[in-house]
Each structure stands twice: as C-alpha cells, then as structure tokens.
Design a protein around this ligand. Structure first.
Ligand SMILES: Cc1ncc(COP(=O)(O)O)c(C=O)c1O
Length: 370
C-alpha cells in the first residue's frame, strides 16, 4: 500500500537527532550517576517554583491561560516593558522556531556561528531556509564575521547566543550593540540569552528596536528545563505577528505557575549564580592540575581542552563507562574539547576523582591513541 506523500520540503530534510538525550543513553544500557552533559541546572528547581507547580497540579484538568498573562505582567514589571513586548513559549527552542517561521522564507538565509546551538539551524532547515555558518574566532563567536556574512548573503536573521553554547564565550553589551548597527536593513538579530544570568552584564537594547528580538528561559538558572518555558522580548509588532501562528495552548499551566513563582525566588537565584561561579573556578583549577586547560565561560558549563576530537570522544566514552555523562561540541575548532556542566560540589568531586583516576592509570595520557 502506498502512503500519502510528504511535502517536498520535509522529504528533502535529512533525518537528524540534534541531541542524544541521557534518557536514550539509559535505554541503551548505560548507567548515569553524574549528569553533567546537558547544561541543566545541578541545583534543582527553584523551591518557590516547585511549591507553586505542586499547587497547580490539581488544575491540570483545565487548559492553561493561552496568554500566560500573569507571567507576562510580572516580567513586564521586572523588565520595564509592556505585556505587548512579551511572548511566552515552551522554552527558547519553541520560540526559535517561531522566529524562523515568521522571518525566514524557504530559500532565504539565516546566519549563525558554526557549531553554536544546533536547534536554531534545525528550525531553519525545517522551514526550508539556508544556514550560513561562520567559524568561531579565538574560540568565541566572531561578531564581525556574522555581520559580514549577513550582508553578503542578504540574511533575514542573524542568530547570536550570548553567552554562547558550546563555546561559553560572551561579548560585551557594547559589542552586541555595535553588531546591531552593522547588520543590513531588514535583518533581525535574534539574541539567545539562555545563559544571561551567569554573564557579567546584559546589553542595553531597547525592546522597541525593530531590529532585535531577545529570547530567555527558565530552564537554566531556575532549574526548570523539564517544564519547558521561556519568553521573547521585542517590539509589539513582532510579538503580535507571532500570535498569528503560534500554538496557543502550548505552554502548560504548571510551567506558568512555576515560572511566575521562580521570579520571586531571588535568594535561590543568587545562590545558584554564586555556586556556578565557584564551580567554574574549581573546574579551571582542575584543568590546570591535569593539563586540560579550560576555556573562559560566562555560562553554567566549562570546556576542557583535551587537544583533539578523537581524544575528546574517547574521554566522553571513558567517563560514561564510569557513570558520568558529559558532552562535546559538534564542530571544529571546539570539538577538541569536552563540555562539562557545573555540577554540585559532590558531582564536581566525582568528576574530578574520575579524571584523576584516569591520569593515575595512564588512560588520560593514552586518550584517543589507536
Ligand atoms: C543557547 C541555548 N539556547 C536555548 C537552549 C534551550 O532553551 P530552552 O530549554 O528554553 O528551550 C539551550 C539549552 O541548552 C541553549 O544552550
């Protein structure tokens, strides 16, 4: 029997899995005792969010507010914008898809750093767009190359994760503001600020600037990756356009209640930011001790340079065999490194002791050989 045909666009997309989830590794028989691969928060759900989510569970027989109004009102007050500048989605991943759908027509170009967060490229390809990927420079996103490629390819969107995943690099507010000025007219800067709270400062960009849209998440600082909730801040005209095509009941009520309460959990947020900063320093010290230099990071993860992609892959596998889940960047030049989320003090100790054990028995030196 013949099946109904797929659209030519979907038919042409190669099968891809952007990430192998830890759940899939478990199903394949791996044991995961220390989970440091997915840049989740090691510090749990913000307690106030957890309580609010528990209180919301009995109401899951109702559809949630499709406007996420209370959350938008709260965010508007905190950010000094109006509710019309805000759109809530089921995580940044959802919002990236909306941006691509609204700005990149089939055959049009979007620009990003090669090897940066792959979900953006996934959406571009899924909507029939073309990805122009520019290499990192000095292990950081190359803002000049982004602007140059956007001009050369008449791009519709430039995607910048700032801070960036997986490099961990961060550009100053002034550099980001200068990038906005250099982009061609009719090109949107999509600023992914998933890790903003771990960085020194945020750029001062007006939420009314029609050239910029920022996206943020509750997945990282507030420990709500599984709840799937994030938001976009930008000009009301862009937000209103998203309403034409977005999934109106796509953000569940438990997540909305949790996000609203998380914003009040300032003590928790402050403690996570401090602990992440401590963990980054501890990783840097460990890297120095073991001869695996770390790259500067403005995020909740750190890259350890192990000197080559084969060595990085071998280290990943060796650690997984010891129950420690980490990941590595997917593209050169950063695939010479492994990426390790900042864990709790206990998790960091487990990771450090596994590496020290590998150094002691010679496995670290022999990585990737043969
Ligand atoms: C740069 C970047 N953007 C977005 C996300 C995903 O955010 P969310 O959980 O809100 O979809 C991640 C997750 O790792 C990320 O690294």
């Amino acid at each position: 029997m013949r099946r109904p045909r797929f659209t030519p666009l979907v038919e042409a997309i190669p099968a891809t899995v952007p990430f192998v989830a830890p759940d899939a590794l478990l199903r394949r028989g791996h044991r995961i005792e220390v989970r440091l691969g997915a840049n989740e928060s090691a510090f749990g759900v913000a307690p106030r969010a957890a309580e609010a989510m528990a209180r919301a569970v009995p109401h899951q027989n109702w559809y949630a507010d499709p406007e996420s109004f209370e959350l938008r009102a709260k965010l508007a007050g905190l950010l000094g914008v109006t509710e019309q500048h805000l759109l809530v989605g089921s995580g940044i991943d959802d919002l990236l898809g909306l941006v691509v759908r609204c700005f990149v027509a089939p055959g049009e170009v979007a620009v990003m750093a090669r090897g940066s967060y792959p979900t953006f490229a996934y959406h571009v390809v899924g909507h029939g767009g073309l990805v122009e990927a520019v290499p990192y420079r000095d292990d950081a996103v190359d803002l000049e190359a982004l602007a140059e490629a956007a001009t050369r390819r008449r791009a519709r969107v430039v995607y910048l994760a700032n801070p960036d995943n997986p490099s961990g690099s961060w550009h100053t507010p002034q550099s980001v503001e200068a990038l906005v000025e250099r982009l061609p007219a009719d090109c949107l800067l999509l600023l992914d600020e998933a890790y903003l709270e771990f960085a020194p400062r945020a750029p001062e960009l007006s939420a009314d600037d029609p050239r910029v849209l920022r996206v943020r998440t509750f997945s990282k600082l507030y420990g709500m990756a599984g709840a799937r909730i994030g938001y976009a801040v930008g000009p009301p005209e862009i937000v209103a356009t998203f309403h034409k095509v977005r999934l109106h009941f796509g953000v569940n009520g438990v997540a909305q209640a949790g996000a609203l309460a998380a914003l009040d959990d300032v003590a928790f947020a402050t403690s996570v930011i401090a602990e992440v900063a401590r963990g980054r320093q501890a990783y840097a010290a460990l890297g120095r001790e073991l001869g695996l230099p770390t790259l500067p990071s403005a995020t909740n993860f750190v890259l350890f340079d192990v000197g080559g992609a084969a060595r990085a892959r071998a280290l990943l596998d060796a650690l997984l065999a010891e129950g420690i889940f980490i990941r590595m960047p997917g593209a050169p030049p950063l695939d010479r490194a492994v990426r390790v989320t900042v864990g709790t003090a206990d998790e960091r100790a487990r990771f450090a002791s596994a590496l020290r054990g590998m150094r002691a028995d010679g496995r670290l030196a022999a990585l990737g050989a043969g």
